[in-house]
Design a protein around this ligand. Structure first.
Ligand code: FAD
Ligand code: SIN
Length: 537
């Protein structure tokens, strides 16, 4: 069973179905293409040119990760990247090519070479299209849309008696197994038990919706991380939330990403006084410094000048090439009255990517048997304290494939043993229909505002402690409400958002230094002596 239909979920499902002939069920909470994957613009980092090397990609990833990358994981990532890009091309993904017919390679911050494989500025949409096409035409794969995974089924849900003499605490001391999940069918409000899975793959993506301003679509509520944590999985490095430096600033419009590739193509950042301010913050790399540096520089400029936004300017570049290379960005800005070939684009940073997640081995396994994780919901060790641009789509493909191969070897030609464990049905006795929707939307907004104000680009102990106190209260209210009412998608998402917000704040409070994406005014320096380690909850 696969939870999620982004790049990680779809590629895992395809690999398992291809190699085993087993039936694979993909459960996804909205329409099948709705995912972070679908919105990816820049591309997929992969060493494809003679002027580049695996060693250079490795080195750039390690530098961006500020000392916390797991070197073995990064080696796997860069080594297997080319093969995965080739798999995508074999599946029919159409990437942009140069005149010579070779893949056109873009450039993004932190990369020392051109290595971004892309489909103009809609790489994610093209990836999702190609993967979905292959999945939909595969006879062994079924997709259930508008079905929401509520909780994982582990030994915690064993029926009384099937775990003799063991209460919940005893169970959590033993190594757990995962048997499936409770699934809510949104249209009927019915929660079904899905318990016959040979394995469960968490591919539920990121958690940008924990913050008020984010590049992520509404689905990104950290459900997989929250569920896995409640089930007893290890969660790592949640303090490292990446803020993308440049999202369109038009207060009345929805957030929209202005790809880093725009800076890669020569875009420059200026403040409202017209000053190219990056020279004060990173004179060597300027606009192509790693994201944490650029986002913090913009944040500092906004605070210093009291401005609401800065500008990203490409009006000095040839208009034809802008329209050709960035058709989606050109179109969206034009709809909002900004002609990017003639005027600068107003931009602000926004929450973009969660470097932390469910702790995964090199094979995507977790500390719970039969539970795998891949993609943005995972913490593989690749990104360390800061993800290098365009390494996440690559990571989702590399790890979903490795997880699939692990499962295939585990089954080793055997029919998967049917689950003989007797598990509890979903129990909604004593619950009522939810009446007060206003509580849910209000609490969601409150969590998002708290996180933006107190656990954003610049943090402090005072802010994080304040956030913790408030989040605990909100979480308690949500739990009470959850126990009393029939579950709905907005309530479940709110519950997960609050859970993940607490994981972020708790992790941030533990790390008493500034490193990569985690910057706190109480400990403004990096401290390799004490903190060269992951934060595991
Ligand atoms: P997703 O693609 O987000 O898929 C998650 C899936 O899980 C969705 O189908 C969702 O509906 C489903 N789901 C979630 N919760 C539940 C639940 N409870 N029950 C059932 N289903 C559930 N990375 C790059 O490498 N290069 C880029 O150029 C790039 N650009 C980006 C641009 C934008 C605007 C954004 C938002 C991200 C970008 N990223 C980029 C990051 C990258 O897109 C993601 O990290 C990656 O796509 C994650 O893939 P995934 O399969 O893990 O998750
Ligand atoms: C972008 O296009 O700027 C996003 C790239 C990424 O998040 O890796």
């Amino acid at each position: 069973m696969v939870l999620g239909s982004g790049s990680a979920g779809l590629f895992f499902a395809l690999t398992v179905a291809e190699h085993t002939g087993l039936r694979v069920l993909i459960v996804t909470k909205k329409e099948r293409s709705e995912s972070n994957t679908n919105y990816a613009q820049g591309g997929i980092a992969s060493v494809e040119s003679d002027k580049d090397s695996l060693e250079a990609h490795f080195h750039d990833t390690i530098i961006a990760g500020a000392g916390l990358c797991h070197e073995d994981a990064v080696r796997v990532l860069v080594k297997e990247g080319q093969e995965r890009v080739k798999d995508l091309i074999d599946l029919g993904a159409r990437f942009t090519k140069s005149r010579s017919g070779k893949l056109h390679l873009g450039r993004e911050g932190g990369h020392s070479a051109n290595r971004i494989v892309h489909a103009r500025d809609f790489t994610g949409r093209e990836l999702e299209r190609a993967l979905l096409h292959a999945v939909q035409t595969h006879p062994k794969i079924t997709i259930l849309e508008n079905h929401f995974a509520v909780e994982l089924l582990t030994d915690h849900q064993r029926k009384h008696g099937s775990v003799p003499q063991k209460d919940r605490k005893d169970v959590s001391d033993q190594r757990l197994s995962c048997y499936g999940a409770y699934i809510l069918h949104e249209a009927t409000g019915r929660v079904a038990i899905c318990s016959a899975a040979a394995a469960v793959m968490i591919a539920t993506g990121g958690a940008g919706q924990v913050y008020l301003h984010t590049t992520n679509p509404l689905i990104a509520t950290g459900d997989g991380v929250a569920m896995a944590f409640r089930a007893g999985a290890k969660i790592g490095n949640m303090e490292f939330i990446q803020f993308h430096p440049t999202t369109l600033y038009v207060p009345e419009a929805n957030s929209f990403l202005i790809s880093e590739a725009v800076r890669g193509a020569g875009g420059i950042l200026i403040n409202r006084a017209g000053e190219r301010f990056m020279k004060q913050y990173d004179a060597a790399r300027m606009e192509l410094a790693p994201r944490d540096i650029v986002a913090r520089a913009i944040d500092a400029e906004l605070k210093r000048r009291g401005d609401s936004h800065v500008f990203l300017d490409v009006s000095h570049l040839p208009a034809r090439s802008i329209r050709h290379e960035f058709p989606s960005i050109y179109k969206r800005c034009n709809e909002l009255g900004i002609d990017i070939t003639k005027e600068p684009i107003p931009v602000v940073p926004a929450a973009h990517y969660s470097c932390g997640g469910v702790v995964a081995s090199l094979d995507g396994t977790t500390n719970i048997d039969r539970l795998y994780v891949a993609g943005e919901a995972s913490m593989t060790g690749v990104h360390g304290a800061n993800r290098l641009a365009s390494n996440s789509l690559l990571e989702s493909l590399v790890w979903s494939r490795r997880a699939a191969m692990h499962l295939i070897h585990r089954l080793h030609g055997k029919k998967p043993s049917t689950n003989k464990v007797s598990l509890m049905e979903w129990d909604e006795s004593g619950t009522e229909n939810a009446e007060e929707w206003i509580y849910i939307s209000h609490d969601r907004r409150e969590v998002q505002e708290l996180m933006w104000d107190y656990a954003g680009i610049v943090r402090s102990n005072y802010r994080l402690e304040r956030a913790t106190r408030r989040l605990k209260l909100i979480r308690k209210e949500i739990e009470d409400y959850y126990r009393r009412t029939k579950v709905t998608v907005p309530l479940l998402e709110l519950r997960n958002i609050a859970e993940v917000a607490l994981l972020i704040v708790r992790s941030a409070l533990r790390r008493k230094e500034s490193r990569g994406l985690h910057y706190t005014t109480d400990y403004p320096k990096r401290d390799d002596l004490h903190w060269l380690r992951d934060t595991i909850l």
